[in-house]
Design a protein around this ligand. Structure first.
Ligand SMILES: C[S@@+](CC[C@H](N)C(=O)[O-])C[C@H]1O[C@@H](n2cnc3c(N)ncnc32)[C@H](O)[C@@H]1O
Length: 416
């Protein structure tokens, strides 16, 4: 126990228990759990969840630093003692240090590993439901939006589970135009052309990727011209087949935008969804309303960010679609007994999933179709289960919208 400081040093010292040093452990990874952890078993049967700076393959033997909790251990892999023959040379110079892509080192097998994690999660959460479909990312699925950090000296990504900046000069998983803009952004910040005070920067491009914006933490945007950065509030435009959507630089849009539009379109149109009113909740700038187009007679879009709602109105008007667009949090807007037979409620909440009030209200909704989208598998499964008293899981697609990470997009069709 070490004295670590006090509010009033004379009278109330504060003591904190010093953490025990981690235990060194060596053994085999049995399988991958949702979230990317390798699951292993200690000799006494206790489970170990192991994180690693690069992809882990089931069957590999590793050395790890482990801390024991009440019933299980958690650790960090520090060395590979026997590597999988499927392991490949990472295609990125900062793989293993940067926190961006934890499946680096798995090459083409990354998709296989992620699918196994998804299978593990779904089997545990919905053992009766086996008919889910998996949509792997094509090689051209690159990020159209990246978040960088400036520490006063260097520009880069955060290291895994840390705020330490790993300097980045290019990013092989970003659209080439974004990657090439990274050193231009660093030069402009260093030279004082762009604000040095901003610690967080977003680089974003449209689809096709023909113009780059840099957005600072105060939401001010600059676009990159041949002679440097100039103030420009956008909009960023994404085109996919008949659809054209605009958003403000710094506003939400899918990270791998062209692939996301293609994949969501494939799934939603494949389910042949149609009806009277579409309630597009957490609707952003109108992606799902636009994809479903005239398959629904009417649209109501609810989104908390006012500027996104303005874009949704113009995006859908330009697509020839009328919409009642409401700038309000879903949890305060959602009425009792929403909709009626023939209507569909589509929900695409942020990472944390549905608010408890929203889950409760949806149990009494009168619409008879629902689509739930979730980018965090655990929150998504929790929400599907919470809706089960009123809503039955009918179809489930999992889209690899975030290649080389353990993240995936879950899309469920539910019926009353
Ligand atoms: C995962 S994004 C989905 C956006 C849109 N469906 C798309 O795919 O482009 C979640 C959206 O919900 C919005 N949002 C966050 N919390 C909200 C809330 N409580 N009520 C309504 N919208 C919310 C965010 O601004 C964001 O646009």
């Amino acid at each position: 126990v070490r004295r670590t400081g006090s509010r009033d040093r004379k009278t109330t010292p504060v003591y904190r228990k010093q953490a025990d040093p981690p235990e060194l452990w060596e053994g085999k990874i049995d399988r991958l759990a949702w979230g990317g952890a390798g699951v292993a078993h200690h000799a006494d049967g206790r489970i170990l969840l192991l994180k690693a700076p690069l992809a882990l393959f089931p069957g590999e033997t590793v050395r790890a630093e482990v801390r024991w909790k009440v019933r299980h251990g958690e650790g960090e892999v520090t060395a590979w003692l026997k590597s999988s023959p499927d392991r490949s040379q990472p295609g990125c110079p900062v793989a293993g240090r940067c926190g961006g892509c934890e499946l680096q080192g798995a090459g083409d097998e990354a998709e296989v590993l992620k699918r196994a994690m998804v299978a593990d999660l779904l089997h545990r959460q919905f053992p009766e439901f086996e008919a889910w479909t998996w949509h792997p990312a094509p090689p051209e699925a690159l990020r159209h939006r990246i978040q960088l950090h400036w520490n006063g000296k260097e520009l880069g990504f955060h290291a895994r589970s840390s705020h330490r900046v790993i300097p980045i000069h290019r990013c092989p998983v970003a659209a080439p135009l974004l990657s090439e803009a990274i050193p231009r952004l660093q030069d402009a910040i260093e030279g004082g052309v762009l604000p040095r005070a901003s610690q967080r920067w977003e680089l974003v491009t449209g689809s096709p990727a023909n113009r780059v914006w840099a957005v600072d933490e105060r939401d001010r945007a600059w676009t990159l011209e041949p002679d440097g950065w100039s103030r420009d509030e956008g909009p960023v435009r994404h085109r996919h087949e008949e659809i054209s959507l605009k958003h403000r630089p710094g506003g939400f849009f899918q990270v791998c935008a062209p692939w996301a539009m293609e994949a969501f379109g494939k799934v939603l149109l494949g389910w042949d969804l149609r009806g009277e009113t579409l309630y597009d909740l957490y609707g952003g700038v109108g992606l799902f309303s636009a994809l479903l187009g005239s398959r629904f007679a009417r649209r109501v879009l609810v989104e908390s960010e006012e500027r996104a709602v303005d874009f949704a109105r113009t995006n859908l008007a330009e697509a020839g679609l009328s919409v009642e667009a409401i700038a309000e949090p879903v949890e305060t807007w959602l009425p009792e007994a929403l909709g009626q037979a023939g209507d569909m409620i589509l929900l695409d909440p942020p990472r944390t999933g549905l608010d408890p009030v929203v889950r409760e209200r949806l149990l009494g909704a009168q619409a008879d179709q629902m689509v739930l989208v979730g980018c965090d598998g655990a929150a998504f499964c929790r929400d599907v289960k919470a809706l089960a008293p009123a809503w039955k899981l009918l179809e489930l697609s999992v889209l690899d919208l975030f290649p080389l990470t353990h993240h995936a997009e879950f899309v469920a069709r539910l019926g009353r």
